[in-house]
Ligand binder design. Sequence first.
Ligand SMILES: Nc1ncnc2c1ncn2[C@@H]1O[C@H](COP(=O)(O)OP(=O)(O)OP(=O)(O)O)[C@@H](O)[C@H]1O
Ligand SMILES: [Mg+2]
Length: 373
Amino acid sequence: MSSSSEPGSGALLQVEGLQANYVDAQGRVVRAVQGVDFAVREGSLFTLLGPSGCGKTTTMRCIAGLERPVAGRVSIAGELVSCSQRGVFVAANRRNIGMVFQSYAIWPHLSVFENAAFPLRVSRARHAARQIHDKVMHVLAVVGLEAYAQRDATALSGGQQQRLALARALAMEPRLLLLDEPLSNLDAKLRERMRFELQRLQRELGLTTVYVTHDQSEALALSHEIAVMREGRIEQVASPREIYERPCNRFVADFVGSTNFIDAQVLGPAAGPHRYRLGTPVGELEVQAPRVLRAGEAMLLSIRPEDIEPATGVDDGFTTLSGVVVQKVFLGERLDLQLRIGERQLLMRAHPSFAVEVGQALRVRIRAPQCIA
Ligand SMILES: Nc1ncnc2c1ncn2[C@@H]1O[C@H](COP(=O)(O)OP(=O)(O)OP(=O)(O)O)[C@@H](O)[C@H]1O
Ligand SMILES: [Mg+2]
């Protein structure tokens, strides 16, 4: 048996060829989701990440049964819940899905406790009063609202209402949890704490979860797998590390974290397997290529700001370059520097204690340039 923190190998949710449209106020068809495929392993947290308007919420609404797709299939635990071709459409309340949506609905006439207890009271599985009490107080404690149990739900702040919506979804112990920007209304500190709590809870209970965010650091911190979306389509599905370190194209590299793009031309092989020398506007760089490169071939390189470091003077095999600091931004936990090398400016990230002045010459080493295309 696998431990509860390790997702299983079977897919609990399967989405195939999903397409969904809206008709806007002028009668035009908006193609919100244009052929999306992904599978979510049982017990894992899968994130849809992408810019505003790329179709994340629409995809979630199709999984939940709140939107009728124009094409494609959705299966949950092997059960086909939506198939436009065959006319299958299982109603939302029959899908056993827990949801927290961007615009969370709190019942204003109920207390905090009763809001969280509601799904248990109306569920077809009967629960004893004691059982409901224990379950509800547990989930309220998880989101830090146990002291507010008897309060009117309307007498909560926006962030507290959002946490209540999360508690309500958790109380159901659904087979699938859909979370659409569940932390968007929280302040930075609380957001970080809740992110941590959510991850612990998800791993502990093995809750199969689809998570939506446009915040890349949230996605990287929480997910087993990330799908990066753009204009109704998925650009790449991979683990957080792979998305960050081996983005499949410029859009993904740019959206997930900050990076420096550099045009390059292959000069020839270097020492070591799959290693090549590349000519770039900042000088000659050596890369580890994912495939065989031909001399003369044009490439796009991505260099993450944290992969540019002050050179140590010791020859450690990394390429070193010389530049001039043209801008310096102190951000508390780090120092962002703009470095001019030749005609180009590169963003680099240093430890906040790093002492350097604008106008100063700086020698840096480049850790791991990535070939993008
Ligand atoms: N009810 C609607 N009527 C018409 N168009 C809609 C409707 N809802 C969404 N859209 C459009 O569909 C596209 C996808 O919207 P969706 O809400 O899925 O995006 P999203 O990725 O969740 O964005 P956000 O990060 O801003 O929440 C957008 O172009 C949006 O304008
Ligand atoms: Mg949305």
